[in-house]
Write a protein that binds this ligand. Structure first.
Ligand code: HPA
Ligand code: ZN
Length: 344
């Protein structure tokens, strides 16, 4: 096994862009479908994997929302989240900030509490039994109305102690950040932090909108920033973190091949980039596999890989002392891996 894979597996990691519904592996999808008597349009786990050939974001979202129908009870949301946390333990992800899409479930008649309590219960157990630190981010579906998002925010208020931030996901084109200005104003006034998907398929103007109108702390994806020099300057100057998802971008044909991905150019330009898995069950890999793919495409060295991890801890919503603790863990790992005796 090449050295870099060992280094990637071992380094302490944080993940900031993970849709929990996107971690639903076909095996669990089938098991939950059976448990809840939800019919799936596939005959086998292999047929599910065959169906995962996407041409763009929308072609993925259609399959992803269909798969989420098997999630019905609080236990289902717990099991889904627990399975992801076991992956975190396997991959040495020490801190994760995960998205959930409540409207995908409440629009099917499932209560907001069922969704949040299931996910939160697993996150709490993940902290106590696996030592994994976590945060939960509520995403509004941008293809639905601002009124529907506002109603979802209302439903979230009684659960505010369990949700650190709100975000914006789903079909990007035609749904600019400005559509949700009043929802995000209210969310910030209620004390939520904010993030938003922008510049994945949508234009750089959506990144400006997310920054200026929604006042986000991070941009999810953001890769199309490169098309706008003034925006690039701002991202570098303000060190706005981008949560980049390499395997997602190639699966959804934002880039034809990993070697064409702009992550390394963004890194070299001084943008604060982080690497994440987005919807790992659908895009062929969790965080380690994303890191293998970019390291192999761009021949990243250990200091560049460690730099991405430091960016992630720095860009997280952890408090300053926890950030310091995790950053120190990364630095210690990096130093030990670089020490001559560790190379023998
Ligand atoms: N983009 C937008 N919406 C999403 C994504 C994504 O990558 N994954 C799940 N919902
Ligand atoms: Zn995403």
């Amino acid at each position: 096994m090449p050295d870099h894979r060992e280094f990637i597996r071992g380094i302490p990691k944080a993940e900031l862009h993970l849709h929990i519904e996107g971690s639903l592996e076909p095996e669990l999808m089938f098991a939950l479908g059976k448990r809840n008597r939800v019919r799936l349009p596939y005959d086998s786990v292999e047929a599910v994997r065959q169906a995962y050939r996407f041409v763009d974001l929308q072609s993925f979202l259609d399959v992803y929302y269909n798969g989420a129908r098997v999630l019905v009870t609080e236990q289902d949301f717990y099991d889904l989240t627990w399975a992801y946390l076991e992956k975190c333990r396997e991959q040495n992800i020490l801190h994760t900030e995960i998205f959930f899409d409540p409207q995908t479930h409440t629009d099917r008649g499932i209560s907001f509490g069922t969704v949040v309590n299931g996910i939160h219960g697993a996150l709490e157990d993940g902290g106590n039994h696996l030592g994994i630190s976590s945060g939960l981010i509520l995403c509004f579906l941008r293809h639905l109305s601002a009124e529907a998002a506002m109603a979802t925010l209302d439903r979230a208020l009684p659960f505010q102690d369990r949700i650190i931030a709100v975000g914006l996901d789903s079909s990007e084109r035609g749904h600019p950040p400005e559509k949700f200005a009043s929802v995000f104003d209210r969310a910030r006034a209620e004390g939520f932090l904010t993030v938003a998907h922008a510049g994945e398929e949508g234009p750089p103007a959506y990144i400006w909108g997310a920054l200026d109108c929604l006042q986000v702390s991070r941009i999810d994806h953001g890769i199309r920033c490169e098309e706008d020099d003034r925006l690039m300057k701002r991202l570098v100057q303000e060190q706005v973190p981008l949560t980049v998802c390499p395997l997602s971008n190639t699966a959804l044909k934002v880039f034809g091949h990993m070697r064409e991905h702009n992550l390394k150019r963004l890194m070299d330009a001084g943008v604060c980039t982080t690497v994440n898995s987005d919807d790992p069950a659908y895009f062929g890999g969790y965080l380690n596999e994303n890191l293998y793919a970019i390291t192999e495409a761009f021949e990243l060295n250990q200091s560049e890989i460690a730099g991405l991890m430091k960016n992630a801890f720095n860009a997280s919503f952890l408090d300053a002392s926890k950030k310091r603790f995790f950053l120190n863990e990364v630095a210690e790992f990096e130093n030990a891996a670089g020490a001559p005796e560790a190379r023998q």
